[in-house]
Design a protein around this ligand. Sequence first.
Ligand code: AKG
Ligand code: FE2
Length: 203
Amino acid sequence: MEQLAIFGESGQSTGLPTDVLDYRAQLFDERQSETYLQTFIRTIPWEQRVVSMYGKPVITPRLTAWFGDTGRDYAFSGNRFRPLPWTKELLEIKQRIEPLAGALFNSVLLNYYRDGNDSVAWHSDNETELGKQPLIASVSFGQVRRFDIRHKRDHARKYAVRLENGSLLLMKGDLQHHWEHRIAKSVVPMKARVNLTFRIINR
Ligand SMILES: O=C(O)CCC(=O)C(=O)O
Ligand SMILES: [Fe+2]
């Protein structure tokens, strides 16, 4: 039996226990979230990366950018990244979520989903650099998108969380060992969404 986690504050249960998945709505109010969304869309040097999948080049179906403590490059998912230096807004958000996450983050991967055609395929964030129990704080601005989670060995075990404007989702513990997640494409028209995944890269 899966333990049910009920979130008083958000009214949304993720279906998974809070020691692996913890959702909190309205960490940032609507005005603040809209300001962050517009600022990020306008000022982040977004890139559409080409990654290698089963030896074939695949264009990432969304835009991304990587920020973090400077001074060292990270090898990550078969790519090398040189993080851009923290911006004022990213530092503000980082400092707001660190007490809630109970940890200090040294990098953030930003995802920009321009519309319903943008997506991220099923994956786990289980790179060695993220440690044995990766802690990822995922902050969402803009269009609500559905975050799907499924068990790696039993795809029938699945959950969905609506990631709302201004929300925080903490992924932790053994989540990345047993579960994978995605943001599916949508046939329903979707507006812009920017997602920030704060991470701790061990170097
Ligand atoms: O956009 C999201 O909510 C998820 C992004 C994600 O899974 C990732 O960057 O690893
Ligand atoms: Fe992920």
